[in-house]
Design a protein around this ligand. Structure first.
Ligand code: FE
Length: 222
């Protein structure tokens, strides 16, 4: 891929019409505090989402991805970056990639994929943006983000199995807030929020890193 990254400024609106005009540089992530609010505009990351894992499912008419709670640890206005890992950061490297599609299986170009999780000790950074960031889908609806496999957290009868929080929104689609899960994780069965439809496909590479794949399906809005 050429070193230059083609960036296409797109205006993304919610159900209430045009939110804002494009700024001269970079992406702006508007505050996102409810699933019904518009979320701003972004820059399409026109980079290939090279992956060895197959798509989550074959295309065709399909139901929207299940929505789940954002939980108490969402922070708006995250950095626009594909790599959330930092030098020396503890934890198994994890890449997540896939596509953002409509229920009619059309790719959603320029959709925002905003990701956050706790760290390998089960702790969220609620002061800054550690393990928080967003990317935009390319012309085929692909996204890719680099992070680490988060730890479980909770106690005293409240268990959160390892999960990745995500908000996904495209032009003309309803904002999706949900969570992604890991297959073969024994704590899944003890987490009342867990849903198997949100399991990533994963594989471990020879270097010990984990690759996850998940395709999001968004509802279109009139
Ligand atoms: Fe969480």
């Amino acid at each position: 891929m050429a070193s230059t990254r083609r960036k296409v400024l797109k205006v993304i609106t919610g159900g209430v019409g045009l939110l804002a005009t494009a700024a001269a540089s970079g992406a702006t992530w508007m505050s996102l505090k409810s699933r019904d609010k518009p979320i701003g505009f972004g820059v399409v990351d026109d980079e290939p989402a090279a992956g060895k894992l197959p798509p989550t499912k074959q295309c065709g008419a399909q139901p929207p991805t299940l929505a789940q709670t954002a939980g108490p640890f969402y922070t708006p206005d995250t950095p626009h970056r594909a790599n959330l890992r930092e030098p020396g950061m503890k934890g198994q490297p994890l890449s997540i990639e896939g596509r953002v599609l409509t229920t009619d299986c059309e790719p959603v170009t320029g959709a925002v994929v905003d990701v956050w999780s706790c760290d390998a000790d089960g702790v969220y950074d609620n002061e800054g943006y550690t393990l928080r960031g967003h990317v935009f889908t390319d012309a085929d609806g692909h996204y890719r983000i680099e992070t680490i496999r988060p730890r479980h957290y909770g106690g005293g009868g409240f268990v959160r199995t390892p999960h990745i929080h995500v908000k996904v929104h495209g032009q003309g689609t309803r904002l999706l807030t949900t969570q992604l899960y890991f297959p073969r994780e024994p704590r899944n069965k003890n987490d009342s929020i867990f849903d198997k439809s949100l399991l990533m496909r994963t594989k471990t590479d020879g270097d010990g890193s984990l690759k996850g794949r998940f395709d999001f399906v968004l509802e279109s809005v009139a």
